[in-house]
Write a protein that binds this ligand. Structure first.
Ligand code: NAP
Length: 332
């Protein structure tokens, strides 16, 4: 007989080197500890989620684990005075989708300290379309501007341009008045990148084989989703006092470089990690709902069914996805 208390969840179980994910069912008595129960409406698909679900990196710290590093939904019940049934909320970080059950489930339980009230100015769908990717883009741009980047300083390069973080970064930078140069391995998506606000598009294949210690200075800023060889290439092309925000490794974790960009041009390499104190995250969510709110979220993000998750992971890992995929639990 069907258990009326069971709900859909995508969980990673022991198997392979780092676990194996599959669509599953679970019940409320299996929820992780917390004092707020959330009925999850949306959860986005991030590169890290695909790695977790496919067991391609050591991310799952417990089995079984509900995958999904961010979510948006409505409070069902709360034992904490800060939240009441019906409140719209979003949750990410604090080990979500790695140490604590994440977003690919219809119900989740979380400590109140991790939960952000949905900022005024964002819908639940918009907050999930942004998710960890949008938060990373906002943090990168916030840090770059704190380190001197401004529209008058010169062009900003965004690589891995059709990816989730990069698409949102292009949109935010363009509306702030930056001249954005997008680098992508998908030449057929040039119009998409222009629609988001990119002024110039460079193909990934255009990176020359020959590398000199310093190249012509081209960019005042660079938003690097890719890492690997592309990061070394970017650093050698930065202008005097240029700032590079590094947060991704879609193209590899190791890079080769030399100190000349730093000591001759004052280039600043900024590390970006979203796991910040709650207040820092909350401030950035406030900005994502106001001055950093992207204008093309409906163009960037596509709703998918829970049942489509396996396909979504494989497409993301094969670099076939443009923008963001968001699980919409109301779609059947
Ligand atoms: N540090 C943090 O706190 C943090 C937070 C969020 C994300 N991240 C990381 O940031 C990166 C981007 O995340 P995402 O969710 O935006 O991923 P994504 O949607 O998969 O985007 C990555 C993009 O990188 C490009 N790419 C993929 N494989 C590549 C390769 N082998 N060589 C060069 N370019 C390649 C592709 O863009 P094109 O086809 O357009 O070139 C792809 O769309 C990931 O590494 C993720 O783990 C880190």
């Amino acid at each position: 007989m069907k258990n009326v208390n069971s709900f859909r969840a995508y969980r990673v179980h022991p198997g392979g080197q780092f676990g194996a994910g599959r669509a599953d069912a679970m019940s409320r008595d299996q929820l992780d500890a917390g004092n707020v129960i959330v009925r999850i409406a949306y959860s986005s698909v991030n590169y890290k989620d695909a790695l977790t679900a496919r067991g391609k990196a050591k991310i799952a710290m417990k089995f079984p684990l509900v995958v999904g590093i961010d979510l948006a939904g409505v409070v069902e019940s709360s034992e904490d005075g800060r939240f009441k049934p019906g409140d719209e909320v979003l949750v990410h970080s604090f080990g979500l989708g790695a140490e604590h059950d994440g977003g690919y489930a219809e119900v989740g339980r979380f400590p109140a300290e991790w939960i952000h009230p949905l900022p005024k100015g964002l819908s639940l769908f918009e907050s999930s379309a942004l998710g960890v990717a949008g938060h990373t883009a906002a943090l990168a741009i916030d840090l770059m501007e704190l380190n001197g980047l401004a529209p008058g300083k010169g062009k900003v390069m965004v690589n891995g341009a059709t990816g989730g973080v990069a698409s949102i970064a292009i949109d935010i930078l363009a509306q702030r008045g930056y001249h954005v140069v997008a680098m992508s391995g998908k030449p057929e998506q040039a119009q998409y990148l222009k629609d988001l606000g990119a002024k110039e598009i460079i193909g990934r294949a255009e990176i020359p084989e020959r590398q000199r210690p310093l190249e012509d200075a081209q960019w005042a800023g660079a938003v690097d989703s890719v890492g690997g060889a592309q990061l070394g290439w970017l650093l050698r092309r930065m202008q005097r006092d240029g700032v590079v925000a590094s947060f991704g490794n879609a193209g590899g974790a190791e890079f080769q470089g030399n100190v000349l960009p730093f000591i001759l041009r004052g280039v600043r390499l900024l590390g970006v990690n979203v796991n910040n104190p709650f207040e820092t995250m909350n401030r950035l969510w406030g900005r994502l709902a106001t001055d950093l709110k992207p204008r093309h979220l409906e163009r960037i993000a596509r709703r998918i069914r829970f049942e489509d998750l396996d396909q979504a992971f494989d497409a993301l890992l094969a670099s076939r996805v443009t923008g963001r995929q968001v699980v919409d639990f109301s779609l059947r």
